[in-house]
Write a protein that binds this ligand. Structure first.
Ligand code: C2E
Ligand code: MG
Ligand code: MG
Ligand code: MG
Length: 293
């Protein structure tokens, strides 16, 4: 009886796997074409400095619109790209496009201190990464400090000498390094102190229970303190509500990012948002000065 069940299960799985493999092949072909065309783009989400509401930076997030599949989330296609050998290309593509965009915003005199680009741990295993980044920065006439590269905590977990060497190389060039989704992995605090990083991003899963759960609040408080004592900027992601913002401000979290401020937007929408935001902020400050007089 068990045997028959087993075989049936096997057949079921086998058909399932064929279908999955077929789907994966189809999607990886579509993704390959998307990289070559305009189908892959970057959207931009602002990061707000807590102290005074100034722009801390902007994060570039990949977007894929496929004519058949529709909008495919990066949490789907990035793992696919890692599996089918396309992540190298996506890494270079995103750094290039983000730097071109940043250069064009600079020419337009938009005041954005820094652009953050997400990279996969695999990208940090490439010994040519730092040289490639240097070339892209030079081609766009951008100072290295205007680029921040985000790495997930996982990069540390399956740590390899090449990854740390590449991180040090980038940091020596003046490129910033940010530890993304912090708190979801297992990196120890002692390890953290040794890492060449400039910024910590508190994972957005902590925001959900932040207001009501004392445990979550204790963790977020501790992360902010650790950042302060290691002289690493702390950015909270996924900030959606005013009470969350207020609490983070009280804790002294350096910067925030989330739907409360703005969703990730196409480049042109981001420029418009920034102009509106800056004008609004300037008029608020004028009113404050007026009240003080
Ligand atoms: P991430 O780097 O942690 O990016 C933050 C994610 O949270 C983004 O999802 C963003 O749209 C979303 N988000 C921002 N504010 C809020 C909020 O207030 N509430 C909620 N619920 N979500 C918010 P997205 O764009 O879907 O990206 C998912 C992940 O895919 C990213 O997480 C990043 O790990 C990865 N990813 C995105 N673009 C790239 C890329 O170009 N290269 C690589 N390697 N990974 C990328
Ligand atoms: Mg990120
Ligand atoms: Mg994150
Ligand atoms: Mg994330």
């Amino acid at each position: 009886k068990a045997k028959r069940g087993g075989r049936a299960t096997y057949r079921f799985f086998s058909a399932d796997i064929d279908k999955l493999a077929e789907e994966r092949l189809m999607h990886s072909t579509a993704l390959r074409e998307a990289i070559a065309s305009e189908a892959l783009t970057l959207h931009y989400q602002p990061q707000i400095r807590t102290r005074d509401g100034a722009i801390h930076g902007v994060e570039a997030l990949a977007r894929w619109h496929d004519p058949v599949l529709g909008e495919v989330s990066p949490s789907k296609f990035i793992p696919l790209a890692e599996e089918c050998g396309l992540i190298e290309q996506i890494g270079v593509w995103s750094i290039k496009l983000a730097c071109q965009q940043m250069a064009s915003w600079r020419r337009a005199r938009l005041d954005i201190p820094c652009i953050s680009v997400n990279l996969s741990p695999i990208n940090f295993q490439n010994v040519n990464l730092a040289a490639m980044v240097a070339q892209i920065l030079a081609a766009n006439d951008l100072p290295a400090k205007m680029l921040m590269l985000e790495i997930t905590e996982g990069v540390i977990l399956n740590e390899r000498a090449t990854v740390i060497a590449t991180m040090n190389e980038l940091r020596n060039m003046g490129v910033g390094l940010s530890l993304d989704d912090f708190g979801t992995g297992y990196s120890s605090l002692s390890r953290l102190a040794q890492l060449p990083i400039d910024e910590l991003k508190i994972d957005r899963s902590f925001m959900r229970d932040f207001e009501n759960d004392n445990g979550t609040r204790a963790i977020v408080t501790a992360v902010v303190r650790v950042g302060q004592s290691l002289d690493v900027a702390v950015v909270a992601e996924g900030v959606e509500t005013e009470p969350q913002r207020r609490l983070l401000a009280e804790l002294g979290c350096d910067a925030m990012q989330g739907f409360l401020f703005a969703r990730p937007m196409a480049a042109s929408a981001f420029s418009r948002w920034l102009l509106d935001y800056s004008a609004h902020r300037a008029s608020l400050m004028l009113r404050q000065v007026g009240r003080a007089l």
